[in-house]
Design a protein around this ligand. Structure first.
Ligand code: NAP
Length: 283
C-alpha cells in the first residue's frame, strides 16, 4: 500500500498516536528530503532531528563544517536516513548559489525548504558597522528570497512542495534591523503563500518567542537578562511549526504564552509597544 500524501504532511513523530504507529505511518508514506539552513545549532539542529526521526532525509546547511559533519554522521547512524552537508556562508553570493544548485537538483529532490539561518546584531544600529548590518540583511532577507525563489520554481514543476521561513515575534515590534528583517520574512511568506494557493506548494512563517538556543549568548544576552518564564524550548517551536507546515497553515506562533504576547503586541498602541520593547536587551 502506498499513500500519495506529500511526505511533510505524513504525521511522522507528531502523530498523536505516537510509538509504533508513527513508524508504520511514515514507512507507508515514504521518505522525502528537507533542506535546512542554519542546521549547525539551535532550532536548525532540532528541525534536522525531528525530520530525521520522522524518516525524512535531510540536507544540512551552515558555515561550521565540523559541526555539520558530526551532526550528519549522528543522524545517519541513529535514524538510518541520508544526511547531506552543504558548507555555505549565506551572506555571500557564492554560498547562496551552492545551496540553490542543490535545490534545483533532480536526484533526491527537496520537498521542504526551511529558511532558518539567522543571528542578532546585539548592538544599536548607529554603533554597528554597515558590513555587519549588510551581513544580517543578506542572511535573513536576501538568502530567504533567493532560496525560496529557486525552490518554488522547481516545486511548481513537480506540483508539490513546502517552504518554512523562520521569522520571530520581534516582527511585530520595532527592535532595530533584526525586527525589520523578520517583518519582511513574515510579509514575504504571506504574499508568496497566497500566490501559490492551489499549486500544491505551501509557504509557512513561524514566529518564535525567546527560544533556548545559543542565539542570545552570541548577542551578549545572558540567561539572567531574561525572566525564565519567557523561554520556550526548541522542541516546542519545531514541532508546532512542522505541524503547521503539515496543515498548510501560513502563520504560526508557537506556545500559548507567545500567542497571547503576539495578540497584545498587535492590539496595543504602538508607542506602548516601543516603550516596552526598548527595555528588552538589543537584538
Ligand atoms: N533563539 C531565539 O530566541 C529566536 C527567536 C525568534 C527567532 N529566532 C530565529 O531562529 C533562527 C535560528 O536561530 P537559533 O535560535 O537556532 O540560533 P543559533 O543557535 O545561533 O543558530 C543560528 C544558525 O544560523 C547559522 N548561520 C548564521 N549565520 C550564517 C551564515 N552567514 N551562513 C550560513 N548559516 C549561518 C548558524 O550556523 P553557522 O554559524 O555554523 O554558520 C546557526 O546554525 C534565526 O533565524 C533566528 O533569528 C530565534
Amino acid at each position: 500500500m502506498h499513500l500519495t500524501l506529500p511526505f511533510w504532511r505524513s504525521g511522522g513523530i507528531w502523530s498523536p498516536l505516537g510509538g509504533i504507529f508513527e513508524g508504520v505511518a511514515t514507512t507507508l508514506l515514504g521518505v522525502g528530503t528537507a533542506l535546512i539552513t542554519g542546521a549547525s545549532s539551535g532550532l536548525g539542529e532540532e528541525y534536522c532531528w525531528q525530520l530525521a526521526s520522522a524518516r525524512h532525509n535531510v540536507v544540512l546547511v551552515a558555515r561550521s563544517e565540523g559541526k555539520l559533519k558530526n551532526l550528519a554522521h549522528r543522524i545517519e547512524q541513529s535514524m538510518g536516513v541520508r544526511a547531506e552537508v552543504i558548507v555555505a556562508d549565506l551572506a555571500t553570493q557564492e554560498g547562496r548559489d551552492r545551496v540553490i544548485a542543490r535545490l534545483k537538483q533532480d536526484e533526491h529532490p527537496i520537498g521542504l525548504l526551511i529558511n532558518n539561518a539567522g543571528f542578532g546584531q546585539g548592538i544599536p544600529f548607529r554603533e554597528n558597522s554597515i558590513e555587519n548590518e549588510l551581513e544580517g540583511l543578506n542572511v535573513m532577507v536576501r538568502a530567504v528570497m533567493e532560496l525560496t525563489h529557486a525552490a518554488v520554481r522547481v516545486m511548481f514543476d513537480r506540483g508539490q512542495g513546502a517552504v518554512l521561513n523562520v521569522s520571530s515575534v520581534a516582527s511585530d515590534t520595532g527592535m532595530g534591523t533584526y525586527s525589520a528583517h523578520k517583518a519582511w520574512v513574515k510579509a514575504f511568506s504571506e504574499g508568496v503563500a497566497e500566490e501559490l494557493k492551489g499549486t500544491g506548494i505551501t509557504v509557512t512563517a513561524v514566529m518564535p518567542g525567546m527560544v533556548q538556543t545559543g542565539f542570545h549568548e552570541k548577542t551578549g544576552i545572558g540567561p539572567r537578562d531574561v525572566p525564565s518564564i519567557s523561554w520556550v524550548t526548541p522542541e516546542t517551536v519545531v514541532s508546532e511549526s512542522l505541524a503547521a507546515v503539515r496543515r498548510g497553515q501560513v502563520l504560526v506562533t508557537p506556545s500559548i504564552r507567545y500567542k497571547v504576547t503576539s495578540f497584545a503586541t498587535k492590539h496595543a498602541p504602538r508607542w506602548m509597544v516601543r516603550a516596552v520593547t526598548s527595555r528588552i536587551p538589543h537584538m
